[in-house]
Design a protein around this ligand. Structure first.
Ligand SMILES: [Zn+2]
Length: 371
């Protein structure tokens, strides 16, 4: 659908002419036969482009009916685009290099560049940007230049599953130049399906005239068979990352068990919090407002109940933190963090005994004994 420009839009007028004015068939001079008007958003403001179309005026010339467009037009924007190349490149860069959301991009376009476009239009442009980048990546001359100094290539293949239940995206990556060579979403990982990708990779290597020194993968059956057939004699190594992950499995299992044990031991947070909460309420309301709290502990805990709550929150945070991989096991982190809490409590208790602190906290002691 054509973009609906507001009536008060101020355009910069830009006239473009065909640069090569000679008819390639008869050698005559091309003349202007029509004008094409386009309105575009650029980062420097809206532009009204007037393209002077030209043709060969000689009616006897076989290319008389052919119309020529100014060459510079494509450098501004592709046909039918309402956003100039500069805007498309800007938003592609923000999306993929800066990881901005579509909403963020829309807001920034509107605020800084006064370009009001919908989320749909931005998503469409992002897809076009991706297509352009992919086309550029696959451009044979650019690829040859990128691999000019490379002696041999090393390839890897892996399946990525963006979402459960969706088809897997199989990616062939070249490791010396860290470039994605081909990627395809395959419904199944049968040998024939994978074979197609491998054949494509072989064609690329052949076109570059570079030997394949090595293949790397998680060694699933289809890869092993396919690579052996398509690249006979090329070593196929187990991917270090997958290897580490498999080695880490028993480590993570032991770690998970330790976590369960620790959680079982550190209990009673809720009851401490309830007790402290009741004290706070009592401090504000009448003493008979909460009958559930035992009176003696309330009096003792009264001076600094917030400290006890802070400790409870910290310990709960530690118990719920599940982050960390095999190299930083979550259970190990949990043990370290709990040790720090314990040390902190000990320090407070020692200070309290030595009379350095003026307030006493029953809550801290309760947490400690509770742990
Ligand atoms: Zn001609």
């Amino acid at each position: 659908m054509p973009y609906c420009w507001p009536d008060d839009t101020v355009f910069t007028r830009l006239e473009l002419s065909v640069e090569d004015r000679r008819c390639h068939t008869c050698g005559g001079l091309l003349t202007v036969c029509d004008h094409r008007h386009r309105r575009l958003f650029t980062l420097t403001g809206p532009v009204h482009v007037v393209c002077k179309l030209a043709h060969c005026p000689d009616r006897t010339c076989p290319t008389h009916t052919q119309t020529h467009s100014p060459e510079a037009e494509m450098a501004l924007a592709m046909p039918w685009w309402v956003l100039g190349w500069d805007v498309v490149c800007w938003l592609g860069h923000r999306r993929f290099a800066r990881h901005w959301s579509v909403g963020q991009i829309r807001a920034e376009l509107a605020d800084t560049y006064r370009i009001p476009v919908s989320d749909d239009a931005i998503e469409r442009s992002i897809r076009r940007y991706q297509q352009m980048v992919a086309a550029r990546q696959h451009d044979p001359s650019r690829l040859a230049a990128a691999y000019a100094d490379v002696e041999a290539v090393m390839l890897s293949i892996d399946g990525l599953q963006p979402e459960k239940g969706h088809e897997t995206l199989y990616v062939v990556r070249e490791l010396t130049q860290k470039r994605v060579w081909c990627a395809e979403a395959l419904v199944s990982s049968t040998t024939e399906e994978v074979q197609r990708l491998l054949t494509q990779a072989r064609e690329w290597a052949e076109r570059l005239e570079k030997p394949v020194r090595l293949w790397m993968s998680d060694k699933q059956a289809a890869f092993v068979r396919g690579i052996a057939t398509t690249f006979p004699g090329v070593p196929h190594r187990y991917c270090a990352n997958h290897f580490l992950r498999d080695v880490a499995k028993p480590v993570l299992a032991a770690d998970s068990h330790a976590k369960v044990q620790m959680r079982r031991k550190v209990r009673g947070l809720r009851s401490i919090e309830r007790e402290v909460g009741a004290t706070q309420r009592l401090a504000v309301l009448a003493p008979e407002a909460d009958e559930t709290a035992p009176v003696d502990s309330l009096q003792a805990a009264a001076p600094s109940p917030n400290v006890a709550l802070d400790y409870c929150a910290a310990v709960r945070g530690i118990l719920n933190d599940d982050h960390g991989g095999p190299l930083h096991p979550p259970g190990l982190r949990m043990a370290e963090a709990l040790g720090e809490v314990q040390a902190s409590l000990q320090r407070n208790l020692a200070a309290q005994k030595g009379g350095l602190r003026t307030t006493s906290s029953r809550g801290e002691r309760a947490t400690l004994t509770g742990g």
